[in-house]
Design a protein around this ligand. Structure first.
Ligand SMILES: [Zn+2]
Ligand SMILES: [Zn+2]
Length: 446
């Protein structure tokens, strides 16, 4: 269920317009507007988490327990491990520490942090090997009930021809092998379907999201907009090689998001897709550098408890925002407005932009051509009506009032402070508020 639909349901709270302050109780009940308020309220709290993480179980360069501690030491509430096509379940997985240039450094730091009785080390044919701890072992050692949650996940690492198609699955019980397909879109759909079928069969809360669409410029907005059952994609991925901003031929991930939202809500009669920010960390030994390091992008989820059964449904309801550094106090949405309150840092300025598409937009699009006039595999070019900046406010809180013709509205907040360890050089800290479906969306898009 999308956030705009939820504004009509009983979970919402009542917000009363100021012109009704002197109205009788009966008039208030008829004329009030229900709003969905995302802020800490004594029952729910903001939880900080990263949903995309690599370790020595695949191509990351550190041990699960050390990565978990990196996040725990920095006040994250939860972390999902997502190694490529593997779950950390085997108790007999040994790595040669010389496999990576940082291997000796990694083992030295592991020994410093866990000096006694934890590390399994052996020498085989003169090579030092260390046994990788399983997810269960690491959770028992480093997880802290109610304080720090580890989630078992996987990066389902598939491809169509030369195009990489990667999806992160969170809180899975069983490995999802790459499902393949006859197109990029079909490959995405089959992997999404595999997660949905595991979820239905096991009854466990789990989610899947499409990773870094511009990695290898593999996934277009047209591929993604048609996927059924896919609620999330990465609008921000911290890996420096994933082209969040696109290039001359390829749309940025944010531009793709607006195209996807507009088409799903105005034409395809599909629900919104939410934008995630993740780290996709692989490199943990020389921070900061220009490698794929932790701490660049994360989600803030408003949930009742620190467990997957609270966090995943909250994400699916859109009760979160994504960020590369800007923090928010409150997001309020209703059928009439979207408002944002920034948790401001002293000396930092903020620009709040409300972005959306309104009814009557120019629906035409054209393909991107190469110099020889041949069509490229790239998101098509759409009119500027799609994903327009509808209002801009410089300050720490702002509200957008719906005119009645909006298909959706979302908000982006940009800080005057540059990201300390950016994914792309000169990135500023930002936050992305999830889209609110507007009055002009097709009914089934709600
Ligand atoms: Zn990937
Ligand atoms: Zn990854």
């Amino acid at each position: 269920m999308s956030r705009s639909r939820r504004v009509l349901c009983c979970l919402s709270v009542m917000v009363i317009g100021f012109i009704l302050l002197k109205a009788t109780p009966k008039e208030v009940a008829i004329s009030s507007v229900q709003a969905d308020v995302l802020s800490e309220d004594g029952t729910r709290q903001w939880l900080k988490g990263n949903l995309h993480t690599h370790s020595l179980w695949s191509d990351g360069d550190d041990y699960l327990e050390m990565i978990a501690l990196w996040y725990r030491d920095r006040d994250y509430d939860f972390l999902c491990f997502t190694d490529h096509n593997v779950l950390a379940q085997s108790k007999d997985r040994w790595v040669d520490i010389a496999r990576k240039p940082t291997g000796k450094d990694a083992l030295r730091k592991l020994k410093e942090r866990f000096p006694e009785g934890w590390i399994d080390e052996r020498v085989v044919d003169g090579r030092t090997e260390v046994r990788l701890k399983t997810f269960s072992e690491v959770t028992a050692k480093v997880g802290q009930p109610g304080k720090f949650l580890l989630i078992q996940g996987e990066e389902v690492t598939d491809r169509f021809g030369k195009y990489p198609v990667h999806l992160c699955a969170a809180n899975v019980k069983e490995l999802i092998p790459p499902m393949g397909g006859d197109s990029v879109a079909e490959t995405i759909q089959k992997n999404v379907d595999a997660l949905i079928s595991q979820r239905e069969r096991t009854g466990q809360s789990m989610m899947i999201h499409l990773n870094h669409p511009n990695f290898g410029y593999a996934v277009t907005a047209e591929d993604l907009m048609r996927i059924r059952g896919e609620k999330f994609f990465e609008v921000y991925n911290g890996h420096p090689g994933v082209n969040n901003s696109g290039n001359a031929e390829h749309a940025s991930t944010e531009r793709m998001w607006d195209i996807i939202l507009t088409t799903r809500l105005a034409e395809l009669q599909l629900p919104v897709m939410y934008g995630l920010a993740t780290d996709d960390g692989h490199n943990y030994h020389s921070i900061p550098s220009r490698k794929s390091e932790p701490g660049r992008g994360w989600v803030m989820v408003l949930a009742e408890a620190l467990d997957p059964e609270s966090i995943i449904p909250a994400l699916e309801r859109g009760d979160f925002y994504s960020t590369s550094g800007v923090m928010l106090d409150k997001v309020t949405s209703s059928s009439e407005e979207l408002s944002v309150d920034v948790k401001a840092d002293p000396g930092v300025n903020y620009r709040i932009e409300f972005i959306g598409t309104v009814a009557g937009f120019d629906k035409t699009s054209k393909p991107v051509l190469d110099k020889a006039g041949k069509e490229l595999l790239a998101t098509r070019r759409y009119s500027k009506d799609i994903g327009k900046v509808l209002a801009t406010h410089d300050g720490t809180s702002a509200s957008y009032t719906f005119h009645g013709n909006e298909i959706y509205v979302r908000a982006r907040i940009t800080s005057s402070r540059k990201h300390a360890n950016p994914s792309e050089i000169d990135d500023f800290e930002q936050a992305w508020v999830q889209p609110v479906v507007g009055p002009a969306a097709e009914p089934s898009g709600h």
